[in-house]
Design a protein around this ligand. Structure first.
Ligand code: 11C
Length: 339
């Protein structure tokens, strides 16, 4: 029979997207609990033509729940994720809480479905499965097919990250600031503590002792775990740009084996969940708007890296919807694999 579902953090940007992706994909369910903090309890949310009342998340929320999709921040995941799993719920967690924990699969369905082998609804056992960081998902959707062909030795990622990655409030603040700046008023700076509209800045994640911010180190560590490759060299610089909901990433690749740009293009043409926008004649390449509200990741600017010898280096530019493939869609695809 169809699984019972719970959506944790249902009033947030990703929570709301969980609902539209579940609905768009006709995900089968017998019941669905809409869960959030006490603050949001009692609010009404619409799903599949019905209205639901948001319930407060408690330890009892997971009784009888087969699959729970979590996107309510790391501390909620840490508190309630293991508890839900103990009760027999399979938790697909969008936070960074369990990504690097040994034994917790970190999954992009098109990239490493084998990591969650054996985890299924109906086996009478709960589990934790982690959804990678959005920048990692979007990057690896395009890079993994190339990696399988020529093995990436080193990858340099520069990101241009949208407001949505910082949540619904950041998206609202971008709109508000844009209006304020155009009206000549001082911008309201509640989320990032600085002007965001008509500006860009280093990603707001905490800076670590090595000078990288947490977002950058997620790209480094998560790539190694997803590829099951402790050797691959990854470095990243993550930047927040005033774009609403899709991330862009410039990716420089160094390969162990040669890969010319035409072969790369053929590989990317066939890659699941990826499409190419790469028209040099008209200077048409992927943009965040091209992929906003779309499932697939766009890749372009596919070219040989002239700083490397022969065909051992490529540059590409990737755009993906942060809320969809970067979060909700990836989690729902994981949930589909549980059935
Ligand atoms: C951003 N990727 O775009 C971040 C937010 O590890 O899931 C999500 C952080 C995470 O700002």
């Amino acid at each position: 029979s169809a699984p019972s579902l719970a959506v944790v953090g249902v009033t947030g940007a990703v929570g709301q997207e969980f609902l539209s992706v579940l609905s768009d994909r006709d995900f089968p369910y017998s019941s669905v609990k809409m869960l959030a903090s006490k603050r949001s309890a009692g609010k009404r949310v619409a799903f599949d033509g019905r209205e639901y009342t948001v319930e407060e998340l408690t330890a009892e929320s997971f009784d009888g729940v087969d699959i729970a999709l979590f996107s309510a921040g790391g501390s909620i995941s840490k508190e309630f994720g293991p508890l839900a799993a103990e009760k027999g719920t399979i938790v697909v967690d969008n936070s960074s809480a369990f990504r690097m924990v040994d034994g917790v699969p970190l999954v992009i369905p098109e990239v490493n479905p084998e990591a969650m082998k054996g985890i299924k609804v109906g086996m009478g056992k709960g589990a934790l499965i982690a959804n990678p960081n959005c920048s990692t998902i979007i990057c690896l959707m395009a890079v993994t097919p190339l990696h399988h062909h020529a093995k990436v030795k080193r990858m340099v990622v520069s990101t241009y990250q949208a407001a949505s990655g910082a949540g619904a409030a950041a998206m609202e603040e971008l709109v508000q600031q844009t209006r304020e700046v155009l009206e000549g008023k001082p911008p309201t700076c509640n989320i990032f503590g600085q002007q965001y509209a008509f500006n860009l800045f280093s990603h707001n994640a905490p800076i670590l002792d090595n000078g990288y911010n947490e977002e950058e180190m997620k790209l480094v560590k998560e790539t190694r775990k997803i590829w099951n490759d402790t050797e691959v060299k990854v470095t990243a610089t993550c930047i927040r740009v005033p774009v609403m909901r899709a991330h862009a990433e410039s990716v420089n690749l160094q390969f162990e084996n040669p890969l010319d740009e035409n072969t790369a293009r053929e590989i990317l043409k066939k890659a699941p969940g990826v499409y190419i926008i790469d028209d040099r004649a008209s200077n048409t390449f992927p943009t965040p708007l091209d992929v906003s509200n779309k499932d697939d990741v766009a890749v372009g600017r596919i070219r040989r890296d002239v700083s490397q010898d022969g065909d051992f280096g490529l540059d590409i530019f990737v755009c993906g919807d942060q809320i969809r493939k970067g979060a909700a869609l990836n989690a729902v695809q994981i949930a589909e694999m549980l059935l």
